[in-house]
Design a binder for this molecule. Sequence first.
Ligand code: SF4
Length: 247
Amino acid sequence: MAKVKKKKTSRYAKLKRGSKARTKNRAASRGGTPDPTNPKRVAAILARPDEAYPVAICELKHANPLQLVISTILSAQCTDVRVNQVTESLYKKYPNAKAFAYANPAELEQEIRPTGFFRNKTKSVIGASKAIVEKFGGEVPRTMEEILTLPGVARKTANVVLGTAYGIPSGVVVDTHVLRLSRRLELTKHEDPKNVEQDLMKILPKDKWIQFSHQLIWHGRRVCVARNPKCIQCNLESICNSKDKTV
Ligand code: SF4
């Protein structure tokens, strides 16, 4: 009689099955409650990135608040790596707000061209620098109200600059990574950055607003990527119920 060969189950397949079952059980046992944003779970979600990324920082290279404003404007629809390549020589040629404010637009357009959307970005860089020189004495303002008056500066840029350059927790930076991870970790059900930020500001302690967004950005770039997140490497896996999980 022919022997029936037992199919070997790989360690990875077992892990994947176990994780899916855990996720399902957790979701089932919740039955809609308790709230995934309860303080105990939020504390656990905050603790894991602290272990993985204790020194997560903004990856846009800058030496002062003005450079961070400009780098953040340039980073729209562009990688930080590309922005850093462009700004290395840019900040040598334009050392202060005055230099950017009265730059030749056609020249600046060509210099920042690799970052994309260079015509609009040139208008924003020159407009913001002019306002900094003419309305704020050459200093990037330190309040949300004032910084939002700079051309090309919206709430995300304002939070980046106030948080990273001045250490002021004005809000939570919600970029594409923070938005995706906040949804995967059930910290919000919203899909638009404005409402996601409001949810995060309600759930997270204020002294975590700046660091947690840096950590989520790092995690989103390295592990919890948009397609095929590397859940097997993720230290949040045991508390993540996302349908996007790959284990
Ligand atoms: S387990 Fe996967 S989906 Fe969940 S946070 Fe980690 S990498 Fe992202």
